[in-house]
Design a protein around this ligand. Structure first.
Ligand code: UDP
Length: 336
């Protein structure tokens, strides 16, 4: 049994990883300020420390108080649009929290660090599918903040020997197939939950951001990866880090679906129409983002179990239908 510190463990991707770690028998401590995260998303038996990562003394205390085998860092500002209105806040907060946490981990003798990174590192990609060798060129302050964080971790390895894994997520989507966890952002900005909410009458009609892209149906193509598969990638890279080297992987299904295909799938799965209107393009949206996951597969044995868009939408819909108002934070915690 190992023990891990998970920042942002009450959030969407973080909570699915916490659940996966608990299920395989690991000990988990979560740090989350609950600005975005949900108390009810933390499994039973997981210690929750409600703290802001900017509180360096508190973070150092937590790291010194337990002996951790690794840190998984999810807590971050993550809205691309917001990052273009407040670029300096995004870059400052994401970078300083990551490096402050890494520094505290090093001082506490913890040598494994996993960073939630992003496909936004690649901006408008030079080739498709996007492999790890593609040119890095973020077109948002959010992407830039994660690129800087990755670079900071490279220096932490060179000088202090901190081994890290940077996982560049494509579009995380879906929900725990057993219905224990789901996606509950406020505000919600992601396509699949917005389309489901529109179909269920729980949210406004969807606006389709651009229909004049150079794609077969004119709408953007994205690589949706199931959050449970994403969680499995984290468990596997912890094993790779144990072998003593740092890694960077693109984490996606390797296939793309258009916005119209997502709407069609949501209509099929829910049995209801998705009310939508078409709108202008969203600034900074590339036409196509699809991952090459070859390196991740070859080096970790990862294979997505919920690769079909239908499975992704079905699990997301099941959770939302059972929790129309999202997590009930006064309720009992999730049983692992
Ligand atoms: N999208 C859309 N309407 C929305 C939200 C998203 O048409 O209300 C499109 C967006 O332009 C992109 C895709 O859906 O092509 C996925 O967007 P999302 O915000 O879910 O993830 P992102 O690709 O920005 O990480």
């Amino acid at each position: 049994m190992a023990r891990f510190l998970v920042t942002g463990g009450a959030g969407y991707v973080g909570s699915h990883v916490v659940l996966a770690l608990k299920e395989r028998g690991d000990d988990v401590v979560v740090i989350d300020d609950l600005r975005q995260g949900h108390r009810a998303a933390i499994p039973e038996g997981v210690e929750l420390v409600v703290a802001d990562l900017a509180d360096r003394a508190r973070v150092a205390d937590v790291l010194a108080g337990w002996k951790f085998d690794g840190v998984l860092h999810f807590a971050a500002l993550s809205l691309v649009g917001e990052s273009m209105r407040e670029p300096l806040r995004y870059i400052t907060e994401n970078l300083s929290n990551t490096l402050g946490l890494a520094d505290a981990a090093i001082k506490a003798g913890c040598q494994r660090f996993v960073l939630s990174s992003t496909a936004a590192l690649f901006g408008f990609p030079e080739r498709l599918p996007i492999d790890e060798g593609c040119r890095l060129g973020p077109v948002s302050a959010y992407g830039e903040s994660k690129l800087m964080a990755e670079r900071g971790l490279e220096w932490a390895e060179r000088v202090h020997g901190l081994r890290s894994a940077s996982l560049r997520y494509f579009n995380a989507a879906g929900a725990d197939p057993q219905g224990r966890l789901g996606e509950d952002h406020n505000p919600e900005t992601h396509l699949i939950p917005l389309a489901i909410n529109a179909a269920l009458g729980l949210g406004p009609e969807l606006t389709l951001f651009g229909t004049d892209y150079d794609t077969p149906d004119g709408t953007c193509i994205r690589d949706y990866v199931h959050v449970t598969d994403l969680a499995d990638a984290h468990l596997r890279v912890l094993g790779v880090l144990e072998q003593g080297r740092s890694v960077r992987y693109n984490v996606g299904n390797g296939s793309g679906y258009s916005v119209r295909e997502v709407i069609d799938t949501v209509q099929r799965v829910t049995g209801r129409p998705v009310p939508y209107r078409t709108g202008p393009r969203r600034l900074g949206d590339p036409a196509v983002l699809v991952a090459s996951n070859t390196l991740l597969r070859e080096e970790t044995g990862w294979t997505p179990q919920y690769a079909a868009l239908e499975d992704i939408v079905r699990t997301a819909y099941a959770w939302r239908a059972a929790h129309p108002h999202g997590f009930d934070d006064s309720a009992r915690p999730v049983a692992a």
